[in-house]
Design a protein around this ligand. Structure first.
Ligand code: GYE
Length: 321
């Protein structure tokens, strides 16, 4: 009687175990690799390079199969890339639209194929906002306003400004131009005497600045540049003309790439308004949410800061782009 109880317990345990082993466990489907197609604008600036690195490295970290396309600054290349992503049957399409208009037809094709589209970095103009799932990037109007407000204080509301515009028809060029113009209009002593596109490129900024110097000479007091690369090009043009950037001519720009913050710390650029390109993590978090059927905010903006002589040097060691 004494030994009966343990052996019964043993038998019962063995029975449970056998049962557990024989019961078919629902087979786990192999984890599907998420496929994302990213139609990037090109490689026009250091900002863009940092954005590409963020998108690629974060995809790799998360085991996402990223199909990356560099449109070399041409919208038709981007549209072609989006069409090829649709044919390849990617799960989500991400676009950094070079220009604001002309997107409806290809977005309709993506919608018909039931592939959600995330717009990053730049916005588009469309009458049908259901053609994209959401936008992730910066508020370009706010950046232009911050640049103008900083300048109004620094200059005491006086000076002749030349403007280096970004890519014609792009959301950041349109918004940064409008915001700056709106804000500067409040100061009768601040005048925009010339404005031209340098296409967000360093070489473009240098060439346009050379032409401005030839045309306006010493009448130029201030450069407002839609990005840091063009501002760094303008710095070269100003130095080559025998003038001191940051002293003879005030320079205010946007992006806050490390090289520009270094130039601010060195006194060659006076201010740069941040526009973070590091939104790979945010984009792929959103991809995951969309694929899980969750709702995401239609527009999500990054928080941006202003750097000038007061905080540039201290910011340098922790700068990530
Ligand atoms: O400011 C510029 C880049 O779209 C915000 O594009 C972006 C802009 C950025 O080439 O440097």
């Amino acid at each position: 009687m004494k030994s009966l109880l343990p052996s019964r317990v043993f038998l019962t345990l063995a029975g449970v175990l056998t049962l557990a082993l024989l019961t078919p466990v629902a087979a786990q489907p192999p984890k599907k690799t998420i496929k994302v197609g990213f139609a990037q604008t090109g490689a026009e600036s250091a900002w863009r390079t940092a954005n590409t690195v963020s998108m690629k490295s974060e995809a790799e970290k998360r085991g996402i199969d990223l199909k990356f396309s560099d449109a070399q600054g041409k919208q038709e290349n981007q549209i072609r890339a989006v069409r090829s992503f649709i044919t390849q049957g990617v799960d989500v399409i991400v676009i950094a639209p070079i220009v604001e208009t002309g997107w409806d037809p290809v977005l309709r094709e993506a919608k018909r194929a039931k592939i959600p589209v995330i717009l990053t970095d730049r916005t588009i103009q469309t009458a049908d906002e259901s053609l994209f799932a959401c936008f992730i990037g910066s508020d370009f109007y706010e950046e232009g306003r911050l640049a103008a407000d900083w300048l109004a204080k620094f200059s005491g509301g006086k000076g002749n400004i030349v403007e280096l515009q970004g890519t014609a028809g792009s959301a950041p060029a349109n918004e940064r131009r409008k915001a700056f113009g709106d804000a500067v209009a409040k100061y009768p002593g601040l005048k925009i005497i010339d404005s031209q596109s340098g296409d967000f490129r360093r070489s473009g900024g240098k060439e346009v600045m050379e032409a401005f110097i030839k045309k306006h000479g010493k009448a130029i007091n201030i450069v407002y540049s839609h990005n840091d690369d063009m501002a760094l090009g303008a710095v070269q043009a100003i130095e080559e003309a025998g003038l001191k950037p940051g002293k003879d001519i005030t320079i205010v720009a946007i992006d806050a790439i490390k090289e520009a913050i270094e130039a601010v710390a060195a006194g060659k650029i006076n201010c740069t308004v941040e526009c973070s390109p590091l939104f790979g993590p945010k984009v792929y978090d959103t991809v995951a949410k969309l694929l899980a059927g969750q709702t995401v905010p239609k527009k999500a903006y990054n928080k941006d800061e202003v750097f000038d002589a007061k905080n540039a040097a201290a910011a340098l060691p922790s700068r990530q782009y």
